[in-house]
Design a protein around this ligand. Structure first.
Ligand code: PMP
Length: 290
């Protein structure tokens, strides 16, 4: 494997960061997770844009242009001869002192790892997931805004641990007002009476790239999509529920906190969106090879 670190490629063994990197010391940095399908990087521009938005929010100057970062990402896939896979792109605050002052970190580090992907088992998609609501509240948007895809994922990790402790793969996270925010690594949607709903970003959701693709696909087929605040009651009484994320794509949810959702099997709207999402990944994306 060849890993991009600050303009050079290193083997897995030699790709390293300093123990004084504030990405390690404080989780001070940002990242993106991106998919490679059929020799193309899916929604690359959107991911790079979101990375720059995250950077702006934490006052981190990425020492590259959008275009050059896109090129470096594609080149890293090429160096690894990937046609299918997953890219982890991160920018750390860089090497500093033990104090937390980011001004001591002169050079942010850019790391690009392009690897194969470990997919969820097919039964999650065939039968649907059972998920639970966990006690850990989503970060306040006036503390660390969940829209920032930062290297500090402890909020999500705590929720994931709570889900795992209950034998679940994913968890619904509520915000401090008790509204549904999102899951630990996925956005959440419901379908009710022919309409689709997903929490607004202000509820503490990440501006998911898959979320946007799904909203656009639903609107293309004239299904109304809105972003109201949702409660657990709304989830329990939905006709269908599904999660979206770069890694997971679209996963149906059939049980939440012991309540069966709809008819207890993946619903027709979800199944249709899954088919259309896969079709899109076949034809869309930044080509890696000529
Ligand atoms: N929410 C969180 C907390 C995430 O980490 C992610 C990405 N894994 C998502 C939602 C889904 O976003 P995307 O569709 O851009 O992958």
């Amino acid at each position: 494997m060849k890993i991009y670190v600050d303009g050079n490629y290193y083997s897995e063994q030699d790709a390293k960061v300093s123990v004084f990197d504030h990405g390690l010391l404080y989780g001070d940095g940002i990242f993106e997770g991106i998919r490679i399908y059929h020799g193309r990087v899916f929604r690359l521009k959107e991911h790079i844009d979101r990375l720059f938005y995250s950077a702006k929010a934490i006052l981190l100057d990425i020492p590259m242009t959008h275009a050059d970062l896109m090129k470096a990402t594609v080149e890293t896939c090429r160096q690894n001869n990937l046609r299918e896979g997953y890219i982890r792109l991160l920018v750390t605050r860089g090497k500093g002192t033990l104090g937390l002052n980011p001004n001591r970190c002169k050079n942010p580090s850019i790391i690009i790892i392009a690897d194969t992907i470990q997919l969820y088992p097919p039964e999650y998609y065939d039968k649907g997931l059972e998920i639970i609501t966990v006690p850990t509240t989503r970060n306040l948007h006036n503390a660390v805004n969940p829209a920032i895809k930062s290297l500090n994922y402890l909020n999500n990790i705590l929720a994931k641990i709570e889900a795992n402790n209950s034998g679940c793969e994913e968890a619904v996270m509520l915000n401090s007002e008790g509204y549904v925010a999102e899951c630990t690594g996925d956005n959440i949607f419901i379908v009710k009476d022919g309409q689709m709903f997903t929490p607004p970003l202000s509820a503490g959701a990440l501006y998911g790239i898959t979320r946007k693709v799904v909203i656009d696909m639903a609107r293309e087929s004239n299904m109304p999509v809105t972003e109201p605040n949702l409660t657990r009651y709304d989830l329990f009484n939905a006709d269908e529920c599904f999660l979206t994320g770069t890694g997971a794509e679209l996963v149906p949810v059939v049980k939440i906190d012991g309540r069966v959702i709809g008819s207890g099997v993946p619903g027709p709207v979800t199944r249709d969106l899954v088919v259309r999402y896969h079709a899109l990944t076949k034809v869309s994306g930044e080509p890696i090879y000529d």
